[in-house]
Design a protein around this ligand. Structure first.
Ligand code: SF4
Ligand code: SF4
Length: 170
């Protein structure tokens, strides 16, 4: 997107994001989709500390290229799994997240999807992930404009990270 169509939005006091997607884009997660939970999600350091209080890290996390991810595991079911039959260790048979449901918490990356974030010249930039355009059922199916609800997608910790880049996947 060209520079004249990007805009700066204050998400928290003194925390701005450079928005690079159509401001009219709307989003509402579609219950039965679960596509973004078929992957192993990246854990930022603070996520790891939080997760350690809620789950056995040895069983639910894995290392990949020097970073921690939630483990994908083979599921004994046909729904809410990727083509290879696996999904996030916390994705239940009913398509709900056990962490979110039972602990009222989930990793930061799970809130960010379907957005992508990265640092550029000291600013946090935000767009829609390429994979979301292809797979996320929640884009433009509601009246809820993403740009008006950025705090729901972007936890404040993103502004404190040296590398928040969300392109890293398991
Ligand atoms: S932790 Fe929960 S919300 Fe995040 S990918 Fe796994 S099942 Fe989905
Ligand atoms: S891919 Fe989009 S609609 Fe599907 S579960 Fe994830 S956020 Fe919701």
């Amino acid at each position: 997107m060209s520079a004249d169509t990007t805009r700066r939005v204050e998400v928290y006091p003194d925390r701005e994001a450079v928005v690079e997607f159509d401001p009219n884009l709307t989003f509402e997660c579609v219950d039965d989709c679960t596509w973004c939970c078929h992957h192993g999600v990246l854990l930022y350091d603070r996520d790891l500390l939080e997760l350690a209080q809620r789950a056995n890290l040895a069983e639910t996390t894995t290392d990949f290229r020097g970073e921690k991810f939630v483990t994908r595991e083979a599921k004994d079911r046909e729904e809410h799994v990727a083509d290879d039959g696996s999904a996030c260790a916390f994705l239940r048979e009913d398509g709900l997240c056990s962490l979110h449901l039972e602990e009222d918490w989930k990793p930061a990356r799970c809130s960010v999807f379907p957005l992508g974030v990265w640092l550029e010249d000291g600013d946090l930039h935000v767009d829609i992930r390429e994979s979301a355009h292809d797979h996320c059922d929640g884009l433009n199916v509601s009246e809820r404009r993403v740009i008006d609800n950025l705090e729901a997608f972007l936890p404040e910790l993103l502004w404190e990270l040296q590398n928040p880049d969300s392109e890293r996947e398991l």
